[in-house]
Ligand binder design. Structure first.
Ligand code: VGL
Ligand code: ZN
Length: 207
């Protein structure tokens, strides 16, 4: 069991566009919502992230002539998988899933707001040029441990966990609370193995 006061629950990108019917639906994403709702009661601090792109964001395939979702480009020096237009600021697709109960959420982190660089991690953009303020927010409250779940295992969850480690947090991945995109079969399993190898604690006892 975790210490309530020094641990935070991080709920990653539980937004309409990543669920069934959304433009970037993560298979079986809905299955994590009951756990996201239930676990909030076990933490004094709950942070939710929202992918929050301006229209025309350069991670969108539509912003590049002749490109389609899934293509990979060099975006201002950073490897970028191109996505369908998703999570555009203020749209329904960027909103939280209607079944996700946010009453326990203490803080919301918006990411991906700079058109020129994507931001999978809740801490930094993919070029590590700007930070979201999340590390300061956690440290100001004496939070040392982060428990991470949400969408998608192989992108935003993975990058958030690895940045959390780098910043010195103890990181716990709530495996049953994550689902992946799996653009290539096995991406999510590989992401979990990589996280574990780097020092993320993989928790499998929340089901
Ligand atoms: C995500 C792709 C693009 C995620 C966000 O939440 O994992 N994936 N933007
Ligand atoms: Zn995005």
């Amino acid at each position: 069991m975790h210490n309530r006061q020094t641990s935070a629950l991080l709920l990653v990108d539980l937004q309409n566009d990543f669920f069934n019917g959304g433009v970037l639906a993560v298979p079986f994403g809905e299955e994590v919502i009951p756990l996201a709702n239930r676990l909030q009661g076990e933490f004094a601090w709950v942070v939710a992230t929202q992918d929050w792109h301006p229209a025309g964001h350069e991670s969108f395939a539509s912003a590049h002539r002749g490109k389609k979702p899934g293509d990979v480009i060099d975006l201002h020096g950073v490897r970028q998988v191109l996505w369908p237009d998703h999570c555009i600021q203020g749209t329904r697709g960027a909103g939280f899933h209607p079944d996700f109960q946010t009453s326990g959420v203490s803080h919301v982190v918006f990411k991906g707001t700079d058109s020129e660089v994507d931001s999978y991690s809740a801490f930094f953009d993919n070029a590590r040029r700007h930070d979201t303020g999340l590390a300061d927010w956690l440290q100001a409250r004496g939070i040392t441990d982060i428990h991470v779940m949400g969408l998608a295992t192989d992108y935003c969850v993975k990058f958030t966990c690895l940045d959390g480690l780098r910043l010195g947090f103890q990181v716990y991945l709530i495996q049953e609370g994550c689902r992946g995109v799996d653009l290539n079969p096995g991406d999510s399993d590989a992401a979990i193995h990589e996280m574990q190898a780097r020092g993320v604690n993989i928790c499998t006892d929340h089901g």
